[in-house]
Design a binder for this molecule. Sequence first.
Ligand code: HEC
Ligand code: HEC
Length: 190
Amino acid sequence: MKALILLTASVLAYSADPSSGKILFESKCGICHATDPSEHKIGPELRGALRSHRSATHDVILEQIQNGGGGMPAFGELLTKDQKEDLVAYVLTLTTHVYPGDPSSGKTLFESKCGICHATDSSERRIGPGLKGLKDGALPSRRNGTNEDRNTTHDVVMHQIENGGGGMPVFRDLLTKEQKDDIVAYVLTL
Ligand code: HEC
Ligand code: HEC
């Protein structure tokens, strides 16, 4: 009977712990993946969604950790199975994070505040770069090679709206937080 219990316990799935995963993430992954909105790093921010348009499922994330690719090292041999499960559990808390913001209000606001300088149906330049194709993951300044780490994430787009620069006005005090969230939600769909 005892043997049976032991056997049952050993085949039960390991129950992954996202808080251990967070600590591992900070030491193994944090150098490339930002968790602080003010930082831009070489790997994509993982909050909200995967930028590669793969679904943020357990298996997809585990596969990325195992095999890396696209500039990310393979961790298959570097971590134990349980450590990988903890990491997946933590990454899932990031990718399922939901930002506030209503893209349809954002569209209306975009048309009145941003549309004069930015096309949304092409990547052609008006005064600012055309924004079509942003949802594929790269901002125009990354696509044209001037800024390697400009991934299309909530925080990078918000930072651009807040601070402008390079010919773009500063919208920090011109829009409410809610309006900015709506615009970001819309821009991420382009
Ligand atoms: C040396 C930098 C680096 C390290 C360290 C790193 N990554 Fe990455 N990671 C990247 C890059 C770059 C990409 C984008 C790959 C691509 O575009 O194909 C990426 C992609 C990902 C993706 C997929 C994102 C998507 O949109 O599909 C996940 C999930 C991920 N990393 C998780 C992790 C985890 C968990 C760790 C730690 C175990 C880690 N990364 C460590 C650089 C890194
Ligand atoms: C007066 C013209 C103008 C207006 C209005 C304007 N922008 Fe821009 N925007 C620019 C210019 C110019 C750039 C390029 C900046 C650079 O290259 O440094 C830019 C860049 C951007 C980028 C790309 C950043 C990158 O790294 O590629 C985004 C996203 C963006 N703007 C969003 C917006 C949003 C959202 C609004 C409305 C709230 C807005 N812009 C309003 C001129 C404008």
